[in-house]
Design a protein around this ligand. Structure first.
Ligand code: XLS
Ligand code: CA
Ligand code: CA
Length: 435
C-alpha cells in the first residue's frame, strides 16, 4: 500500500529545474567543505509535526488531509509508521525524531502504555532494518497529559516526579533498542508561573537530581547516545527553567552536569528568548556545547512558537556558519521541528515543505563554504580586534597586564582613536554572497 502514490523519489535536479518535487540545491553526494552534504547536514524529520499533527489551532480543529486519516488507536499508529518510512525514503531524508507519545497512544497505566509503545517500537525497528533511515533522537512527552500540569521533574508532586522518571527510563531503553544517536530533554512544563506558591530551589535541585538519575541509568544499560537539552523561554510556562543557552549552561555547570550534556538549539526558541538563532548557536559553540539543531523559523510579528519551515536564507546562512565553525554537529543533525501551515493541508505540502527547508540549508552550507574560502568574517574580526594582537592588547590577552601597568600605559595619553565598525559595508558585501 502506498500513502503518497502521487510522489516519486525526490531527486536533485539543480537550479534550472522547474520540477517542484525536486531538489534545486540539496545534492546529498556533493562534497562541500570536505564532506558529503548529506553527512554534513544530517537532516531529520520530526514525527510529531509531519505524522501526528493535524493542523489544529486554538480556534479550530485540524485541517490536514492525510492518507492515514480515519484510522484510530493502534491502527492509526501503525499506519503512521508505514507512511513515515515511505515518506523518509521518497524524500531521501536520513533521520527521524519522535516523542514517545507521537508514535503510540497511551493506555490506562504506564505498564499498559509501555506495552503499546513496545509494539510500535518493534514495528519501527523492523522498518529500520530494511531502510537506511536512522533515529537521530527520541524524547519523552511530559507535557500533554494533565498529570504534568505542575511540571514533570519539577512538579510539586513526588508521584509525578516518579512517573516522569519511569517514562524517561523507558525512553532510554527505546533509544537503545532503536540506536538513537541522541536523547533530548526539552523542558516542557518545567518552569513556574509565580513565586507565590513555588519553591524555586527545590524544583531546580530536583531537576538536577532527575538528570543525574538519567545519566546513571543510561550508563547502567549501556545507552551511549548524546544527551541534549533544548532551551526554550516563555512557553508553556511563564518562567521556563531552560530559558536560553546561557541559562541552561549555567544550570548544568552549577549541578556538575555539564560534561554529560550538549544543547539542541531551536531557531524559533532563540527568537522567543529575544536572541537570534546565531547568537544561541554561538553561545553554545564557544562553550563546547553545540550538539544539534531544531531547524525552523518563527514569525517576528507573532510572539509565539510558530515552528515554520526554515526558508530565510539570511538567517540560515548565519546559522550554518556557526555549525561549520563547530566542525559540524557530531552525532547531532538538522531536525525540521517545523509544521506546514494550517492552510497547506494537502499531503504533497509535506514534501514541498521539507524540500524548501533542505534546499535552504544546502544553500546556506554552500554560501558558508564561499565565505570561508574568502575568509570573509575572519578578516573582518581580525581587523576589528587588531589592537589585541600586539603591544598593550597582547599583554592583556597574555595575562601580562594588571590595573597598575594599564594605568601607567594610558594615564598620559591625550587621544584614543576608535575606528568605524563599517556595518553597512559588511552587510552589503554579505548580500553578494547570499543572494
Ligand atoms: C517544543 C519543542 C519540542 C521539542 C521536543 O516547543 O520544540 O517539540 O523539540 O520535545
Ligand atoms: Ca524543538
Ligand atoms: Ca518549537
Amino acid at each position: 500500500m502506498s500513502y503518497f502514490a502521487n510522489v516519486g523519489k525526490i531527486q536533485f535536479e539543480g537550479k534550472q529545474s522547474d520540477n517542484p518535487l525536486a531538489f534545486k540545491h540539496y545534492n546529498p553526494d556533493e562534497i562541500v567543505l570536505g564532506k558529503r552534504m548529506e553527512d554534513y547536514l544530517r537532516f531529520a524529520c520530526a514525527y510529531w509535526h509531519t505524522f501526528t499533527g493535524e493542523g489544529a489551532d486554538p480556534f479550530g480543529v485540524g485541517t490536514a488531509v492525510r492518507p492515514w486519516s480515519g484510522a484510530s488507536g493502534i491502527d492509526l499508529a501503525k499506519k503512521r509508521v508505514e507512511a513515515s518510512f515511505e515518506f523518509y525514503e521518497k524524500l531521501g531524508i536520513p533521520y527521524f525524531c519522535f516523542h514517545d507519545r507521537d508514535i503510540a497512544p497511551e493506555g490506562a497505566t504506564l505498564r499498559e502504555t509501555n506495552r503499546i509503545l513496545d509494539e510500535i517500537v518493534s514495528m519501527i525497528k523492523d522498518y529500520m532494518k530494511t531502510s537506511n533511515v536512522k533515529l537521530l533522537w527520541n524524547t519523552a512527552n511530559m507535557f500533554t497529559n494533565p498529570r504534568f500540569v505542575h511540571g514533570a521533574a519539577t512538579s510539586n508532586n513526588a508521584e509525578v516526579f516518579a512517573y516522569a522518571a519511569a517514562q524517561v527510563k523507558k525512553g532510554l531503553e527505546v533509544g537503545k533498542e532503536l540506536g538513537s544517536e541522541n536523547y533530548v530533554f526539552w523542558g516542557g512544563r518545567e518552569g513556574y508561573e509565580t513565586l507565590l506558591n513555588t519553591d524555586l530551589k527545590l524544583e531546580l535541585d530536583n531537576l538536577a537530581r532527575f538528570f543525574h538519575m538519567a545519566i546513571n541509568y543510561a550508563k547502567e544499560i549501556g545507552y551511549t547516545g548524546q544527551f541534549l537539552i533544548e532551551p526554550k523561554p516563555k512557553e508553556p510556562s511563564k518562567h521556563q527553567y531552560d530559558f536560553d543557552a546561557a541559562t541552561t549552561i549555567a544550570f548544568l555547570q552549577s549541578y556538575g552536569l555539564k560534561d554529560h550534556f550538549k544543547l539542541n538549539i531551536e531557531a524559533n526558541h532563540a527568537t522567543l528568548a529575544g536572541h537570534t538563532f546565531e547568537h544561541e548557536l554561538r553561545v553554545s559553540r564557544i562553550n563546547g556545547m553545540l550538539g544539534s539543531i531544531d531547524a525552523n523559523q518563527g514569525d517576528l510579528l507573532l510572539g509565539w512558537d510558530t515552528d515554520e519551515f526554515p526558508t530565510d536564507l539570511y538567517a540560515v546562512t548565519l546559522a550554518m556558519y556557526e555549525i561549520v565553525e563547530n566542525g559540524g554537529l557530531g552525532s547531532g543533525g538538522v531536525n525540521f521541528d517545523a509544521k506546514v501551515r494550517r492552510t497547506s493541508f494537502e499531503p504533497e505540502d509535506l514534501f514541498y515543505a521539507h524540500i524548501a527547508g533542505m534546499d535552504t540549508f544546502a544553500r546556506g552550507l554552500k554560501t558558508v563554504a564561499k565565505l570561508k574560502e574568502d575568509g570573509f568574517f575572519e578578516k573582518i574580526v581580525d581587523d576589528r580586534y587588531a589592537s589585541f594582537k600586539s603591544g598593550i592588547g597582547l599583554d592583556i590577552v597574555n595575562g601580562k597586564a594588571d590595573f597598575k601597568s594599564l594605568q601607567a600605559y594610558i594615564i598620559d595619553k591625550d587621544n584614543i582613536v576608535n575606528r568605524s565598525g563599517r556595518l553597512e559595508l559588511i552587510k552589503g558585501a554579505l548580500n553578494e554572497y547570499i543572494f
